[in-house]
Design a protein. Structure first.
Length: 202
């Protein structure tokens, strides 16, 4: 792939089960797909300049990509267990999220399409990230405010989505690249959601 050379120990651990090993392989492959997708998109000149000048190191880029993948895994798990929306979220708000912004929708798309050069799926995922990063969430989508570092713009400062909370020009990634990254996570995550990793910033 050549764009990033990740230290795979960031997402690995000794003594892991076969399920954890398989999930780790999917995480690493997903990171590689996203890393290449962001790097090669024509809109992301600023990101390429930072990487080529080492203003953004390969290690820091990798860590930000890890966080994007962990967000996806969190959403896989929370949606799958019905834990993403608080009990007070209305049915209309839940339906809006599910139909337009959910990772369930992404997981359905990977089995029916290869994706296009559009960047609409990244814009949708960025909106979810923005809402969960707020302390008050988003009542219109029934999303809670998690307010944790993982969902903050500081967690991925060089991969900002098209949201007012993010500083600088937004990056873009083609729908087909994002779906490829989700596809490999889906294949591995089906083996067991107990293997979803926790963020590691060592």
């Amino acid at each position: 792939m050549g764009v990033i050379s990740p230290d795979r120990s960031v997402v690995g651990a000794r003594g892991e089960s076969p399920v954890q090993h398989d999930l780790r392989a999917g995480v690493v492959r997903s990171i590689e797909i996203l890393g290449t997708g962001f790097f090669t998109h024509g809109q992301n000149d600023a990101l390429r300049r930072k990487l080529e000048s080492n203003e953004l190191s390969a290690e820091d880029y990798f860590r930000q990509l890890v966080r994007v993948v962990y967000r996806l895994l969190f959403l896989f798990l929370a949606e799958g267990r019905g834990l993403l929306h608080p009990p007070e979220a209305g049915s209309a708000a839940r339906a809006r999220y599910d139909e337009d912004l959910s990772v369930r929708r992404l997981r359905a798309l990977v089995s029916t399409t290869l994706g296009t050069d559009d960047c609409g799926l990244w814009r949708s995922l960025s909106r979810v990230t923005m809402c969960l990063g707020r302390t008050d969430g988003c009542a219109d989508l029934g999303l809670p405010g998690l307010g944790s570092f993982l969902w903050s713009s500081e967690a991925t400062p060089n991969l900002p989505g098209p949201a007012p909370e993010h500083r600088g020009p937004p990056v873009a990634i083609r729908d087909r690249d994002l779906l490829d990254a989700v596809r490999v996570l889906c294949v591995q995550q089906q083996a067991g959601d107990e293997a979803v990793p926790a963020e590691n910033d060592e």
